[in-house]
Design a protein around this ligand. Sequence first.
Ligand SMILES: [Zn+2]
Length: 344
Amino acid sequence: MTTSTSIDRPDRPERSTGDAAGRSADHATGSAPAAPDAERPISLTATGGIDRASHHRLDEAWLAAAWSHPTTRVFVVSGGQALIEDKEDGTTELVMMPSFDAPFTEAHRYFLGTDEDGVRYFALQKDTLPGRMDDIARPAGLREAGVLLSDRDSELMTHAIGLENWQRTHRFCSRCGERTAIAAAGHVRRCSACGAEHYPRTDPAVIMLVTDEQDRALLGRQVHWPEGRFSTLAGFVEPGESLEAAVRREVAEEAGVAVGPVAYVGSQPWPFPSSLMLGFMARATRPDIQVDGDEIEEARWFSRDDLRAAIESGEVLPPSGISIAARLVERWYGRPLPQPRHHG
Ligand SMILES: [Zn+2]
């Protein structure tokens, strides 16, 4: 019951903006939501066109040549942040530099891959982000940058931040306790004492939108969330457990609802610090709610009309932004969620 309390769920309050243009259009019509299209894919597995080219990671000569190539681009990650910059055309980019401008230390260099034009990308893990003379660039974490950056930049940053989280917390060998060293261009840590190789960790977590016989959606709120925030339930997969079993267990633990059929719909890397969110639609077989009161303080069944009215009145703040929770709710709702009419 407490295993999922530490999941940093993808629906933080700072993500409460979203696609204002699309939503206000929806808002203006006031029409009933279209029937949900169960086949509509969730675009979370879309990539930004980066080939990770992992076969180069152990090739020091290739890496050295790639690093010094004039078209190579480098960005710095530090403490889960990178520098981003708003452009005049309204887009936002990762601040990248050629490698000859980069503060190189081999011990903190990650090779991230190449794009279709043959450009090679590296990230450097540093204790601080580099200073800039102008005020245009600013440090940002993935929660902010993820909705602003292009697919390519977002993919690069997610990869680098995931590696950084792992590198910073796995400096010692979990087998013998000796210090480990970075290898494979950031994708391995090696222990010189016992020879163990350690690979980046990814922790699977399930996140699910549960519906009942009337096609209402089950949304809950965590104890520590801001007033009105409701979202999908989520939790970590336990050892020896299938994803389907984890969905059923978490929904039963958090909301007391029994779940039958479970269908996978998409995934989302969530490197805060190392989760992979696996999204499901699930059907309740017994809809009676009994929240655990510990992690989840309230859970409710919402029809689409209920949810629209609650959001528009400001009573409910739905998940939004880059989160898979928002995509799951929208998938059920059948279109982008309405915007709140009032704040607070
Ligand atoms: Zn060791």
